[in-house]
Ligand binder design. Structure first.
Ligand code: COA
Length: 184
């Protein structure tokens, strides 16, 4: 496999084939998803929409991809810059209100996933930096991630400059809010 230095990180909008991009991103989404069985096709569609589809549809300008030397998508970051605790699009994500005291200072949020073969080579960090730069240039004061409290990726976010600022319980799971201030 080629080295991670040959991987490029770019905005999704600069990828030449949007349809091909969506299929590749979706494949990585399902590869990394904790949930793969659903009671119905409608549940499966709703799950995909909640964690991926709505970002591609409503916030394509905020999406980034990591490309192999062959220009294959090997990782992605989707997100948005507006406060999700007060945006109607996220009303079904019931953990945002739990952190509404923090989201005004850290309004932008993101979801990031890499295909397994390319993890642990600094590519995730580069995707985070691309999103952080993008948000800072637009005057956003901070970014955040909500993830499983104590899960393996917590060390990744700490290494990327996030701090664990709050925790809660959601649907019986321990979750944590990781925030990172930006310097616009
Ligand atoms: C989490 C993920 C995006 C990180 O991307 P990555 O390219 O593998 O991470 P990097 O190589 O950029 O790692 C950057 C730092 O985080 C650390 N790190 C990365 N993944 C880690 C993990 N799972 N556990 C502990 N530390 C981790 C690295 O050691 C590195 O630290 P350093 O800079 O001090 O050396 C990627 O591993 C992934 O997609 N994992 C599966 C899905 C997932 O957990 N997504 C996030 C859901 S919230």
């Amino acid at each position: 496999m080629a080295s991670a230095e040959t991987v490029t990180v770019s905005r999704l909008r600069d990828f030449p084939s949007p349809q091909g991009a969506t299929a590749a991103i979706e494949a990585i989404f399902w590869e990394t998803s904790h949930t793969s069985r659903f009671p119905s096709e409608a549940d499966r569609t709703a799950y995909r929409d909640r964690w991926l589809g709505r970002y591609l549809e409503h916030f394509p300008e905020e999406a980034f991809v990591a490309l192999s030397p062959e220009q294959a998508i090997i990782g992605y970051l989707v997100g948005c810059l507006v406060d999700p605790a007060s945006h109607p699009l996220f009303v079904d994500v019931t953990y945002f209100p739990l952190f509404a005291h923090l989201t005004p200072d850290y309004p932008a949020h993101l979801h990031i996933n890499l295909t397994a073969a390319w993890r642990g080579r600094g590519i995730g960090k580069r995707l985070i930096e691309a999103f952080a730069d993008h948000a800072a240039r637009r005057g956003i004061p901070g970014i955040h991630v909500v993830t499983g409290d104590g899960s393996r990726n917590n060390a990744f976010y700490l290494s990327c400059g996030f701090e664990r600022l709050a925790y809660s319980s959601w649907n019986g799971n321990a979750i944590a809010f990781f925030g990172r201030r930006l310097n616009p």
